[in-house]
Design a protein. Sequence first.
Length: 434
Amino acid sequence: MLPLSISIGNKRKMKECVMLLGFDNAFTCIECSFSLSDRFMPYILQITIWVSLISFHAYADISFESSSDGGRGITNVKSALQNIFAESLVDEKDAFLQTFSTESHYVRSVVSNAETLQHKVSNGCSTESNCLLKSEPSDVEVFRIAGTPVGHLYSRLVPLVLLLVDGSNPIDVLDPRWEIYLLVQERKDTQEDSLSRLLGFAAVYRFHRYPGSTRMRLGQILVMPPYQRKGYGRFLLEVLNRVAVSENVYDLTIEEPEDSLQYVRLCIDVERLLVFDPIQQSLESVVSHLKQENSLKESYMCKYAPPLSAVEDVRKTLKINKQQFEQCWEILIYLGLAPINKYMEIYQAIVSHRVKAEVVGKDSEGAGKQVIDVPTEYDQQMSFVMFKSQNGESSGIEMADNQSIVEEQLQKLVDKRMNQIKLIAEKVSAVHRQ
């Protein structure tokens, strides 16, 4: 079970939320991304929400010291929670406890008619995790569910999505283009009865791309807290990559990935690209030219971007889109410039140029373009003059007062990107040395 304890009132910050995750006698304390503060303002109360990892039902234990309407009326707490957790919320504690036996095979029933995509024998551990299951080998499988069954299952997963996926909203289960990929583990209990446990899931949407192809977009991915940092998230991403390749979709994208997810994604894709022959000659050429450079002019930066032919080869074969490939390309160059310290100044200039292009546009480096509003008695929005200064000379227009702030923020983004590149390069290099 996953107990979620929330205190609301003047004794704690309104948005503070702590979750205690209990499983196999191991407990972890994490912050969750879900807030109930504004819904229950009249109360000084504590809500403990228990979520079953077997049937994904929830039960709310509510206690409060006092309540007052504050002129806005007193909230019906049970009703408000029901609106959030929907049919997964069980009213009575005894009924909730009974679900542990009556629905012990819920996950197995869900996947009984699902499509099996991947099977892997694993102890559930990555080389860098302190695994609780090390002595208990398990079978891990990935199943795909599409169509009407998506809604039945996802309705029970909504509370976990709201609680654990930052900034996420429930998917539209009535849209048939949604698919759910389930990562399921088969384990033996004390009576040697096999139990199916849901370790994590991914929700993928299929877009039509004219004229006759589709694009896969990963909208949500979650590994249940007791199983995080054990390599299961990476395994699920790798399965999605294989699905995209085997079904020959146009590409696979991720909707606004968090930093931790993007880190894993980049590690996977860089490893794939290191052994992808069609781009090796172009990569070696770029690295060779950079090693011969003493300094870089801004106008030459584009020479070190991946060629269009490589971008297309990677998309067609590996289903990696252009934006993702360009980030991978930076890391591939970093790996090729060993020892990197000798070329760090030149390399950082390339990264800085790309970051600035992403944030403020490719023509931001003093291209000299200016737009000036011209007073008029007619439509003011249609009255302006655009001009461009020649040969890099000053335009005579003073820079905005916040230019120094913009530059400072850009430098922070560059530093963040450089740290990410170094971490991924170290991780990938360590894998290849094994």
